[in-house]
Ligand binder design. Structure first.
Ligand SMILES: *[C@@H]1O[C@H](CO)[C@@H](O)[C@H](O)[C@H]1NC(C)=O
Ligand SMILES: *[C@@H]1O[C@H](CO)[C@@H](O)[C@H](O)[C@H]1NC(C)=O
Length: 395
């Protein structure tokens, strides 16, 4: 009897745990398929309203919610997914989001797909096709054009994962992280032709705690551009090129800037890009700074300026009274960077006369130009050289 009772009580314990486990996992995720809200995967019917409705339902769900986009092409106009939401949201895309063929349809809003004030958001999968060619042609023709749209933007989003997303032919930047904390961008592809203007791959600004990893960026502008008030940015296994490279800047256009601090780029490859790693500032008075930067384990394949600091940026020579940047650049390390330069000068440090670069370290650099050692040039800079250096250090 005692044994039987024991067994029964074990049985009850087991049932109790099963129920408990069930309720821990609870959070049964509710799924909101855009198709159920009327989206049509035909590439022709405007699905903007259906996406908005699916989002609103997911966002007000009492349990974690998934917005699901099945296979197919969904025509979307400019769309805002705004929070705060009641719960975590996953946006799972198996299909392609398709911009209107007429570039003017996205108008002057500056965005195509915009997430705003959403916390705990994951965006998985999907293709974005912004059909930017018409917009680029308009700009090249010198006609008056709308301001253009960034393809996917996150404003004030904390705890964000963007993964396995492919964006092609954005009008302007492909992916923008603005005023966000704690972000992981993983396995993202951004692709636009070499000559498409201002099609940055990933643009980060005013954000803290960002990881970008395993991404392929082939664009007409910076592969990754890092603007003011970016702190604790870690980038690894990036494939860049064509494009303008990984750029910190342009900084120092304004007098009051918050600076860029703690940026690492590691284990990455640049192919045929205009720059490798670049720090670029306006030649204007500014309180900005760039501090504690590490560029390491990088391969350069036929890159025009593999390593460059340019503090003399002043398009059309306007607004640079002293042609001297106030941005203070310090503690920048370049370590284990090898490969080929497409120009004779592979290392260019053109720092500010009024705030010289300090604490610059070159360690184990091997950059060749046409099978010979490339050259380097230094202005207004202090630092140290360690290990084997080709070109010879000018520090
Ligand atoms: C930069 O990193 C250091 C060391 O991890 C940390 O102490 C510091 O707070 C970081 N700076 C910013 C602005 O987050
Ligand atoms: C102008 O630049 C020079 C160095 O070229 C610097 O010594 C001077 O302080 C600068 N003046 C101002 C107002 O920034």
């Amino acid at each position: 009897m005692a044994i039987l009772l024991g067994t029964i009580s074990n049985l009850f314990t087991s049932i109790f745990f099963i129920v408990l486990l069930g309720s821990c996992n609870a959070a049964p995720t509710s799924e909101y398929s855009v198709v159920k809200f009327g989206a049509k995967p035909d590439g022709k019917s405007d699905s903007t309203g259906a996406f908005t409705k699916a989002w609103q339902s997911a966002c007000s769900s009492n349990s974690p919610a998934t917005v699901y986009v099945p296979k197919g092409r969904y025509l979307l106009n400019a769309i805002v997914f705004s929070g705060p939401c009641k719960n975590k949201i996953t946006f799972r895309i198996d299909g392609t989001l398709w911009a209107p063929t007429d570039y003017r349809a996205l108008g002057n809003s500056g965005y195509w797909i915009l997430f705003i004030k959403v916390n705990d958001l994951q965006v998985y999968g999907g293709n974005l096709d912004a059909k930017g060619a018409g917009f680029w042609a308009c700009r090249k023709s010198g006609k008056s054009c709308p301001v253009g749209a960034r393809s996917i933007t996150f404003n004030w989003v904390n705890n964000l994962v963007v993964s396995d997303l492919t964006s092609i032919n954005s009008q302007l930047s492909h992916l923008v992280i603005n005023s966000c904390n704690n972000v992981l961008v993983r396995n993202v592809k951004a692709i636009a032709p070499d000559q498409s203007p201002n099609t940055d791959g990933i643009h980060v600004q005013n954000s803290n705690g960002i990881t970008i990893t395993g991404s392929t960026l082939q664009t007409g502008d910076d592969c990754i551009s890092i603007a003011d008030a970016t702190f604790n940015l870690f980038m690894s296994t990036i494939k860049c090129g064509p494009g303008h490279g990984v750029s910190i800047g342009s900084l120092g256009k304004e007098m009051n800037e918050k600076g860029v601090q703690n940026v690492t780029l590691t284990n990455s490859v640049f192919t045929g890009s205009d720059n490798g790693v670049r720090i670029k500032t306006w030649a204007r008075p500014s309180k900005g700074f760039v501090k504690n930067i590490l560029f390491q384990n990088l391969i350069m394949n036929n890159v025009e300026n593999p390593i460059i600091i340019d503090q003399n940026y002043c398009p059309n020579n306007q607004g640079c009274p002293n042609q001297s940047s106030g941005v203070k650049i310090s503690q920048v390390t370049y370590k284990n960077i090898r490969g080929t330069s497409a120009t004779a000068e592979a290392v260019t440090f053109d720092c500010s006369p009024s705030s010289p670069c300090q604490g610059i370290t070159l360690q184990d650099i091997n950059l060749k130009y046409m099978n010979k050692a490339a050259t380097s040039s230094c202005k207004n800079i202090g630092g140290t050289s360690v290990g084997t250096l080709v070109p010879e250090s000018c520090l």
